[in-house]
Design a protein around this ligand. Sequence first.
Ligand code: ADP
Ligand code: ZN
Length: 644
Amino acid sequence: MSFQQILSEVFGYAQFRGPQQAIIEHVGAGGDALVLMPTGGGKSLCYQIPAIARQQAGHGVTIVISPLIALMHDQVGALHEAGVSAAFLNSTLSGEEAYQVEQRLMRGEITLLYAAPERITTPRFLAQLDSLFERGQLSLFAIDEAHCVSQWGHDFRPEYRALTVLHERFAGVPRMALTATADDLTRADILERLQLEDARAFVSSFDRPNIRYSIVEKRDSTQQLLRFIEREHEGEAGIVYCQSRRKVEDIAQTLVDAGIKALPYHAGFDAKVRQTHQDRFLREEGIVMVATIAFGMGIDKPDVRFVAHLDMPKNIEGYYQETGRAGRDGLPAEAWMGYGLQDVVNQRRMIDESPAGEEFKQVMRGKLDALLGLAEATDCRRVRLLSYFGETYGSLPSAAGPPQSGHGPLGGQGGHEVPTVGAKCGNCDNCLHPPAVWDGTDAARKLLSTIYRIQQMSGISFGAGHLMDIVRGKTTEKVTQHAHERLSTFGIGANFTELQLRGVLRQLIAMGAVAVDAQAFNTLQLTEQSRAVLKGEVGVRLRESVSGPADKKVRRSARLGAVVKAPINLDSEGLMRYSALKAWRAQVAKEHNLPAYVIFHDATLAAIAQRAPQSLDDLQGISGIGTKKLEAYAQEVLRVVALD
Ligand code: ADP
Ligand code: ZN
């Protein structure tokens, strides 16, 4: 079969996406390749199709190396559903099961074999590969999650280093390395460590156009999250990231109390609980996983409709990686982040207090600043994100340059009244609802001189809340106690709302013009940089807070009988067919012990519901239905669609 035939007959897709075709042709013809593609870009087909074609041409088995043992069962299950012979070898198999797989491997019955890196380099497995190699039955090595070879990546696995054995021992067998990690350092490391210097590199755009990015100022972040989920993602699967284990558990409980199907996940739970929660997330519909960043690596659930950050991550790399887990199916998805003063303070403190060397800390601060810049930005978020990864969005040159360490959050706006008119993606909060910008320089100077005067008068520093009270002229108990109403700056900022002052203070901290002393109750101090702001040499500009104070409590909605949402517009009959199909799919998935999306994606079910097929012919050409699935499921699908 040609590559195109395999795509349509086995996988049921009409067209290759982006660079898939070029990659598949190159690897299919025996070339080495490095594939850099964002999460959800479609990396799997890049080795699966060459594997099938080369097997058919008599070249034997493709070995897929992946560190994600927990996912191999489902990956192999998905291939079985498509009628492809696949298997995995990892520590979850019993001795007998592993032996059966080895037997099939040696008999040449397997097209794709998934194995963990530590398995590949065992003498026993190498001997088996030797034997296949001598018979010309070793077709291709696909090294997935290849950034694991690099200590610069976020998930270094020493076992990956040993994979150089592949090209030394099996010279001439094509190898491809695949990753969604973009940065140059990691990329260079992959090439060097895996000795793929001569491989052809396929670098695709890292844009994820179906993900809508929004970053909001935190008020009552739990209520904001609840509103976000209830209003826009009712009954849908999502991930909520929190910084601490404790918060993960609290938020999960809050969501459950509000009637949302939420589960907690963090490294403090034992392996069994983690596995159960992950399985439920993958297999059940509409689960919201509340997790630390310990969750998510390699999760290829395609219908995650939102990723929410309740705490700001450390850097843009982390943020992009995590948000990238939304919408792998290409349907609309949302990345939502709340951030506030406390996030800035916490992240700064974590860097300051870390035992790392000063040089490393400087790099970390630069990365944090870039993320703050993104959060405070008034122009297109996507343009900024891509430019951070060295990519220019669309045809226009990117407005913001790559981030420099030590650069404040105002970088890129250049101090103009209106942000530079650059490219617009039309699918981020700033493009959809351009925020007003206001000049916070005056407020900033009032805050700074008050910090100065408090220090002069009392000889000690105070925290943000007290500072704000003084500037706004509130006679609190603490104010009276310290006689701070006698400060000349008492009440000079009464015309600002607390929210505005908080925003200004956040920027001052982000800029380094105010220091937070973590050792002394987060009290505020002036720094070297304060002077420039006080003297009016540096301006402070910030986005107008879009909405007023947080709404009152969210109503507790009765979730049973929640409306069915389909990925495309369906009339009421269509919706009935769609929910009937979903119920049927859940049943099949359960019987096969696989996640529902492995049977059919939502988009495929919706397309079926819309077409209302009455015969086999009517089912032809719907994306996601290959020959095998047509054979296996067409009759039942027709029966379900007839709603009898
Ligand atoms: P990655 O590994 O790059 O994150 P996957 O290989 O899991 O991405 O693919 C993401 C989703 O896109 C999968 O559900 C896959 O079935 C789908 N997909 C991949 N290629 C195509 C294509 N050419 N046409 C339609 N869907 C595709
Ligand atoms: Zn935009």
